[in-house]
Design a protein around this ligand. Sequence first.
Ligand code: NAD
Ligand code: UD1
Length: 340
Amino acid sequence: MANCVLVTGGAGFVGSHSVVELVAAGYSVVALDNLVNASMESMKRVEAITGKVIPAYTVDLLDKEALRDLFKKHKFTSVIHFAGLKAVGESCELPLLYYKTNVGGTMNLLEVMKENNLKNLIFSSSATVYGTPQYLPLDEKHPVGGCTNPYGKTKFFIEEILRDLSTSDPTWNIVLLRYFNPVGAHKSGTIGEDPQGPPNNLMPYIAQTAVGKRKELSVYGSDYDTPDGTGVRDYIHVVDLALGHVAAQKKLEENCGCKLYNLGTGNGLSVLDMVKAFEKASGKKVPHKICPRRPGDVGSCYANAELAEKELGWKATRGLDEMCEDLWRWQSQNPNGFKS
Ligand code: NAD
Ligand code: UD1
């Protein structure tokens, strides 16, 4: 049977880039999204990039009947599950919404998959499940669960649910992917991250400052135990991350059981490293000021990415300059995101 992958959250940032790479790898893809943080314009642009028609449905994972109908329309061979809410601050204000959407939405998806005897799943987890690092780089054996916010806890709880499911029925094939910090955009400059309102994350904020939409970047803390005192993270090009999903999809096809991989580069870069690299790529100044630390932030967080290389044959290859150039192309060509 030809492979048909259901991509939940397909219109979003990581989802849309992953659909492009899945189609390029020869998979047939169906996308669903409730459009709470995306627009169907991204799917139209994915179709333009790939030259393929991609069925895309406006479906909410909390609507189980709509999910059931979708499973009647298409015969899926696996699911890549990106759909969910991801704003840390909002999750502290609206914990019930986050548990309902992320945990409840995943439960509906798993139940409908089970009803259809479909047991192949890739799940978007996050490095946030590691909490405050006890050692660096973070490998997959690092203790988890010390998350300080409801968003991070939903990722941890879903991982636990998926492990329990796999233990109860080892015929499930599940790949848990812990992403570090996805940035950049597709080379075409036609799809990218499109935050609604002021961005919470560093790179979209830098890009919007360079394009003149924001006055200046607040650098949250310059007194961390890092080379220049600012926070260090493992930024990974979103196309590398998308290719990690293609590699994970191939792993599922080997009937792999339950597997877990970090998707990062293994390199830590500081806030000021990112500002400098973006200024170089864009030729624009990024005005910034040093501010107090952001509550809940850790000083450094970066991956040991060796397991994914060993078992998935996957490695991030796109460097910092490419991340910044590609993000700048997307931001400068689409100053208002998908609305422009
Ligand atoms: P995104 O917000 O761009 O994509 C998520 C998509 O899910 C959105 O298009 C949204 O409209 C959709 N969605 C939300 N609730 C839904 C529901 N109830 N039913 C159907 N669709 C729904 O986010 P992203 O950056 O592409 O992240 C994708 C996944 O990766 C998320 O699960 C996120 O938590 C996880 N993740 C992201 C990052 C990151 O920094 N971007 C890091 C680690 C993990
Ligand atoms: C964010 C999420 C985390 C998620 C991770 C991976 C938050 C609080 N946490 O964390 O749950 O798993 O992405 O994608 O959103 N910074 C500034 N100024 C800004 C924004 C950020 O100085 O305006 C700094 C931060 O202090 C940090 C670095 O930039 O040192 C990266 O921040 P951000 O992009 O928000 O990512 P994470 O903190 O890693």
